[in-house]
Design a protein around this ligand. Structure first.
Ligand code: ASP
Length: 331
């Protein structure tokens, strides 16, 4: 008989671990309902072995890059020393995409690592937590999930950590992959994949740096916010620029000052779909921004580009190496 696969489950908190109180407000529980109330062995028909840990119990707005690194280190240990075949992480949905992408950038792409969460608390009508958890475990148990990077499983869909984003405040179909779509679907009987992951470099880090910021451009923006973050402690900036990758001209003098202080400035679009490129040649247009030394990050949203910049800087990358690393989501 084949040995049962060992799936490590790491609970980190979020709505999937919360319940509604008498007024209907969602609150963290002392005891995770997924651990306390569910017959896990039965749920998976005794077809796999689950090892469950509550590594932390935080609403995801409390999750920091330090916590992401802690999670990454725990997974590396499990893979190297504990013979784990797959990992499932439950996480609050607010920053789930950032943690998932951090892990995607820093973990070797070997065993399946699947992140999931819920939009409704454990005791709410139509709660999606248990269902998403079950789908995530089946995905982590699937041989087809190997080599696809870190995956996000929610609402019967499989997404790449690299491109998925939270798109709705409360709807259970909140996680979407703009431009490209999900890479798989969970049907009643199978985890079905229909896309491959484009290759990606693994970045090894043993600490995370601070001082990496994210600003969103708007009509009439000037240089005040750029000047405010032009501090000796600032290590990098991501700007969600307008349209194809343009900024209001009044931002330019402050942007020049930031770049003169050797602060890497990375640009993505604030648009939901598409890729930022240097296509407009007018004052503040992408052509001028690129000539100034702004790095265009192709294909990531602002929060993901910030994680990538943070990981690259934490690895000690600088100059051309850093630019190349942050420039392209596809490699
Ligand atoms: N605010 C919650 C969190 O991210 C939302 C959720 O888990 O869905 O922790």
């Amino acid at each position: 008989m084949n040995q049962l696969k060992k799936i490590l489950v790491l609970h980190t908190g979020g709505t999937i671990s919360m319940s509604a109180n008498a007024s209907g407000d969602l609150q963290p529980n002392d005891e995770n309902p997924l651990v306390a109330d569910v017959d896990m062995e039965g749920m998976f028909h005794h077809q796999l072995q689950l090892i469950t840990e509550e590594i932390f119990n935080l609403p995801s707005p409390h999750v920091t890059p330090e916590r992401m690194l802690e999670l990454r280190n725990r997974i590396v240990r499990a893979e190297n020393d504990e013979g784990i075949d797959g990992v499932v992480i439950t996480h609050g949905t607010d920053t789930l995409e950032e943690t998932a992408y951090f892990l995607d950038l820093t973990l070797p792409n070997t065993i399946p690592v699947v992140v999931t969460g819920a939009m409704r608390g454990a005791n709410e009508i139509g709660s999606d937590g248990l269902h998403n958890f079950q789908s995530a475990v089946w995905t982590a148990n699937s041989d087809d999930a190997r080599g696809k990077g870190v995956l996000v499983v929610m609402n019967d869909e499989v997404h790449t950590a690299r491109f998925v984003t939270k798109t709705h405040t409360t709807n259970v179909a909140t996680f979407r992959t703009p431009t490209f779509g999900p890479i798989g679907l969970i049907s009643k009987q199978h985890v079905n994949f229909f896309q491959e992951l484009i290759q990606q470099t693994v970045c090894d880090i043993d600490h995370v740096i601070g001082g990496v910021y994210l600003l969103k451009a708007f009509a009439g923006m000037d240089g005040d916010l750029f000047d405010a973050i032009d501090q000796p402690t600032t290590r990098g900036l991501v700007i969600e620029a307008l349209g194809a990758g343009n900024l209001p001209p009044a931002t330019l003098p402050a942007l020049h000052r930031l770049l003169a202080h050797d602060i890497p400035v990375v640009l993505v679009s604030r648009c939901f779909n598409g890729i930022a490129e240097d296509v407009y040649d007018y004052e503040g247009g992408g052509v001028e921004l690129k000539k100034m030394g702004v790095v265009f990050c192709r294909g990531l949203n602002g929060q993901k580009a910030r994680i990538k910049l943070l990981v690259g800087l934490s690895n000690g990358m600088q100059g051309e190496t850093l630019h190349h690393y942050v420039n392209n989501a596809f490699s």
